[in-house]
Design a protein around this ligand. Sequence first.
Ligand code: G3P
Length: 218
Amino acid sequence: MKFFIDTANINQIKEANDLGVLDGVTTNPSLMAKEGISGRNNVLDHYVNICNIVNGPVSAEVIATEFNAMIKEGEELAALHKNIVVKIPMIKDGIKAIKYFSSKNIKTNCTLVFSAGQAILAAKAGATMLSPFIGRIDDSSWNGIQLIEQIVHIYENYNFETEVLAASIRTPLHIVQCAEAGAHIATCPLDSILGLLKHPLTDIGLEKFIADYKKVEA
Ligand code: G3P
Protein backbone atom coordinates (compact mmCIF):
# COMPACT_ATOMS: atom_id res chain seq x y z
CA MET A 1 0.00 0.00 0.00
CA LYS A 2 1.30 3.44 -0.95
CA PHE A 3 1.46 6.17 1.71
CA PHE A 4 0.40 9.71 0.83
CA ILE A 5 0.33 12.56 3.34
CA ASP A 6 -2.92 14.51 3.52
CA THR A 7 -1.80 18.07 4.22
CA ALA A 8 -0.59 21.29 2.63
CA ASN A 9 1.79 21.95 5.53
CA ILE A 10 5.34 22.10 4.14
CA ASN A 11 7.06 21.12 7.41
CA GLN A 12 4.87 18.06 7.83
CA ILE A 13 5.39 17.07 4.20
CA LYS A 14 9.17 17.36 4.68
CA GLU A 15 9.05 15.35 7.93
CA ALA A 16 7.06 12.53 6.30
CA ASN A 17 9.28 12.60 3.22
CA ASP A 18 12.41 12.37 5.39
CA LEU A 19 11.07 9.09 6.84
CA GLY A 20 11.63 7.62 3.37
CA VAL A 21 8.21 5.97 3.11
CA LEU A 22 6.21 8.74 1.46
CA ASP A 23 4.78 8.10 -2.01
CA GLY A 24 2.71 11.23 -2.60
CA VAL A 25 0.63 14.11 -1.26
CA THR A 26 -3.04 15.05 -1.28
CA THR A 27 -4.39 18.52 -0.62
CA ASN A 28 -7.82 20.11 -0.76
CA PRO A 29 -9.13 23.68 -0.48
CA SER A 30 -9.71 23.27 3.28
CA LEU A 31 -6.14 22.07 3.85
CA MET A 32 -4.76 24.98 1.77
CA ALA A 33 -6.89 27.46 3.75
CA LYS A 34 -5.64 25.91 7.02
CA GLU A 35 -2.09 26.91 5.96
CA GLY A 36 -3.30 30.44 5.10
CA ILE A 37 -2.57 29.97 1.38
CA SER A 38 -4.82 32.33 -0.58
CA GLY A 39 -4.79 34.02 -3.98
CA ARG A 40 -4.49 32.00 -7.19
CA ASN A 41 -0.77 32.63 -7.74
CA ASN A 42 0.13 31.72 -4.16
CA VAL A 43 -1.93 28.54 -4.41
CA LEU A 44 -0.21 27.53 -7.68
CA ASP A 45 3.24 28.35 -6.24
CA HIS A 46 2.45 26.23 -3.19
CA TYR A 47 1.64 23.21 -5.37
CA VAL A 48 4.97 23.60 -7.18
CA ASN A 49 6.80 23.84 -3.83
CA ILE A 50 5.18 20.58 -2.71
CA CYS A 51 6.07 18.88 -6.02
CA ASN A 52 9.68 19.94 -5.53
CA ILE A 53 9.80 18.15 -2.15
CA VAL A 54 8.04 14.85 -2.90
CA ASN A 55 8.86 12.64 -5.84
CA GLY A 56 5.35 11.28 -6.40
CA PRO A 57 1.78 12.25 -7.24
CA VAL A 58 0.51 15.53 -5.73
CA SER A 59 -3.25 16.03 -5.85
CA ALA A 60 -4.36 19.62 -6.59
CA GLU A 61 -8.10 20.24 -6.46
CA VAL A 62 -10.16 22.30 -8.91
CA ILE A 63 -12.51 24.88 -7.41
CA ALA A 64 -14.75 25.03 -10.49
CA THR A 65 -17.89 22.88 -10.60
CA GLU A 66 -18.92 23.44 -14.24
CA PHE A 67 -17.39 21.28 -17.00
CA ASN A 68 -15.63 23.93 -19.15
CA ALA A 69 -14.30 25.78 -16.13
CA MET A 70 -13.05 22.50 -14.62
CA ILE A 71 -11.20 21.66 -17.83
CA LYS A 72 -9.54 25.09 -17.96
CA GLU A 73 -8.54 24.95 -14.29
CA GLY A 74 -7.45 21.32 -14.43
CA GLU A 75 -5.25 21.91 -17.48
CA GLU A 76 -3.64 24.87 -15.72
CA LEU A 77 -2.94 22.71 -12.67
CA ALA A 78 -1.61 19.79 -14.73
CA ALA A 79 0.78 22.13 -16.57
CA LEU A 80 2.40 23.21 -13.28
CA HIS A 81 4.46 20.03 -12.78
CA LYS A 82 4.61 16.45 -14.05
CA ASN A 83 3.61 15.14 -10.56
CA ILE A 84 0.29 17.00 -10.42
CA VAL A 85 -2.88 14.89 -10.29
CA VAL A 86 -6.03 16.92 -10.93
CA LYS A 87 -8.51 16.39 -8.10
CA ILE A 88 -12.12 16.51 -9.27
CA PRO A 89 -15.28 16.34 -7.13
CA MET A 90 -17.76 13.49 -7.60
CA ILE A 91 -20.47 15.43 -9.42
CA LYS A 92 -22.00 15.06 -12.89
CA ASP A 93 -19.69 17.59 -14.58
CA GLY A 94 -16.82 16.09 -12.61
CA ILE A 95 -17.40 12.69 -14.22
CA LYS A 96 -17.40 14.34 -17.66
CA ALA A 97 -14.19 16.17 -16.78
CA ILE A 98 -12.53 12.93 -15.59
CA LYS A 99 -13.45 11.29 -18.91
CA TYR A 100 -11.97 14.27 -20.80
CA PHE A 101 -8.73 14.28 -18.77
CA SER A 102 -8.43 10.50 -19.14
CA SER A 103 -8.53 10.91 -22.95
CA LYS A 104 -5.73 13.51 -22.66
CA ASN A 105 -3.60 11.29 -20.38
CA ILE A 106 -3.95 13.77 -17.52
CA LYS A 107 -4.13 11.99 -14.16
CA THR A 108 -7.17 12.53 -11.95
CA ASN A 109 -8.23 11.88 -8.37
CA CYS A 110 -12.01 11.71 -7.95
CA THR A 111 -12.80 13.14 -4.51
CA LEU A 112 -15.72 13.32 -2.08
CA VAL A 113 -16.67 9.69 -2.69
CA PHE A 114 -19.09 8.09 -0.22
CA SER A 115 -20.66 5.15 -2.07
CA ALA A 116 -19.85 2.15 -4.27
CA GLY A 117 -22.09 3.54 -7.02
CA GLN A 118 -20.00 6.70 -7.18
CA ALA A 119 -16.87 4.52 -7.30
CA ILE A 120 -18.19 2.60 -10.32
CA LEU A 121 -18.97 5.81 -12.22
CA ALA A 122 -15.52 7.28 -11.54
CA ALA A 123 -13.78 4.09 -12.69
CA LYS A 124 -15.91 3.94 -15.85
CA ALA A 125 -14.89 7.54 -16.59
CA GLY A 126 -11.22 6.54 -16.24
CA ALA A 127 -10.24 8.16 -12.94
CA THR A 128 -6.63 7.41 -12.02
CA MET A 129 -7.45 7.43 -8.29
CA LEU A 130 -10.62 7.41 -6.22
CA SER A 131 -10.91 9.01 -2.78
CA PRO A 132 -13.54 7.50 -0.47
CA PHE A 133 -13.65 9.58 2.77
CA ILE A 134 -13.67 6.88 5.41
CA GLY A 135 -13.43 9.10 8.51
CA ARG A 136 -16.44 11.17 7.46
CA ILE A 137 -18.39 7.96 6.80
CA ASP A 138 -17.53 6.72 10.31
CA ASP A 139 -18.61 10.15 11.64
CA SER A 140 -22.10 9.48 10.33
CA SER A 141 -22.21 6.02 12.01
CA TRP A 142 -21.66 4.12 8.76
CA ASN A 143 -18.56 1.98 8.16
CA GLY A 144 -15.79 3.56 6.07
CA ILE A 145 -13.61 0.44 5.97
CA GLN A 146 -16.52 -1.68 4.69
CA LEU A 147 -16.86 0.78 1.80
CA ILE A 148 -13.15 0.36 0.96
CA GLU A 149 -13.59 -3.45 0.96
CA GLN A 150 -16.67 -3.16 -1.28
CA ILE A 151 -14.98 -0.87 -3.82
CA VAL A 152 -11.78 -2.97 -3.94
CA HIS A 153 -13.94 -6.06 -4.56
CA ILE A 154 -15.89 -4.37 -7.39
CA TYR A 155 -12.74 -3.01 -9.03
CA GLU A 156 -11.13 -6.48 -8.89
CA ASN A 157 -14.23 -8.04 -10.50
CA TYR A 158 -13.75 -5.91 -13.60
CA ASN A 159 -10.00 -5.23 -13.56
CA PHE A 160 -10.63 -1.49 -13.26
CA GLU A 161 -7.29 0.29 -13.17
CA THR A 162 -8.50 3.08 -10.88
CA GLU A 163 -6.55 3.02 -7.60
CA VAL A 164 -8.51 3.13 -4.35
CA LEU A 165 -7.04 5.98 -2.30
CA ALA A 166 -8.51 5.78 1.20
CA ALA A 167 -8.93 9.37 2.45
CA SER A 168 -10.19 11.14 5.57
CA ILE A 169 -8.08 8.78 7.65
CA ARG A 170 -8.10 9.69 11.32
CA THR A 171 -6.07 7.01 13.16
CA PRO A 172 -3.20 4.52 12.75
CA LEU A 173 -5.82 1.76 13.06
CA HIS A 174 -7.57 3.15 9.97
CA ILE A 175 -4.28 2.74 8.06
CA VAL A 176 -3.93 -0.90 9.13
CA GLN A 177 -7.58 -1.61 8.28
CA CYS A 178 -7.14 0.01 4.85
CA ALA A 179 -4.16 -2.27 4.21
CA GLU A 180 -6.23 -5.31 5.24
CA ALA A 181 -9.05 -4.17 2.96
CA GLY A 182 -6.70 -3.92 -0.03
CA ALA A 183 -6.67 -0.13 -0.55
CA HIS A 184 -3.95 0.74 -3.06
CA ILE A 185 -3.13 4.01 -1.29
CA ALA A 186 -3.86 5.58 2.10
CA THR A 187 -3.60 9.35 2.47
CA CYS A 188 -2.98 10.15 6.10
CA PRO A 189 -2.31 12.97 8.53
CA LEU A 190 1.30 12.94 9.79
CA ASP A 191 0.15 11.97 13.32
CA SER A 192 -1.50 8.79 12.00
CA ILE A 193 1.64 7.80 10.08
CA LEU A 194 3.84 8.40 13.14
CA GLY A 195 1.28 6.58 15.30
CA LEU A 196 2.21 3.38 13.45
CA LEU A 197 5.59 3.50 15.23
CA LYS A 198 4.11 3.26 18.68
CA HIS A 199 4.17 0.18 20.87
CA PRO A 200 4.98 0.19 24.61
CA LEU A 201 6.76 -3.20 24.35
CA THR A 202 9.13 -1.69 21.78
CA ASP A 203 10.01 1.12 24.22
CA ILE A 204 10.36 -1.26 27.20
CA GLY A 205 12.42 -3.73 25.13
CA LEU A 206 14.77 -1.06 23.83
CA GLU A 207 15.28 0.38 27.31
CA LYS A 208 16.24 -3.11 28.57
CA PHE A 209 18.61 -3.79 25.64
CA ILE A 210 20.43 -0.52 26.30
CA ALA A 211 20.55 -1.12 30.08
CA ASP A 212 21.91 -4.68 29.60
CA TYR A 213 24.50 -3.44 27.09
CA LYS A 214 25.67 -0.85 29.61
CA LYS A 215 25.97 -3.47 32.40
CA VAL A 216 28.41 -5.58 30.35
CA GLU A 217 30.16 -2.51 28.99
CA ALA A 218 30.78 -1.19 32.54
O1 G3P B 1 -8.36 13.44 2.14
C1 G3P B 1 -9.56 14.02 2.53
C2 G3P B 1 -9.39 14.67 3.83
O2 G3P B 1 -8.57 15.80 3.76
C3 G3P B 1 -10.63 14.95 4.58
O3 G3P B 1 -10.31 14.64 5.86
O4 G3P B 1 -10.54 14.66 8.27
O5 G3P B 1 -11.53 16.53 6.87
O6 G3P B 1 -12.54 14.27 6.86
P1 G3P B 1 -11.28 15.05 7.03
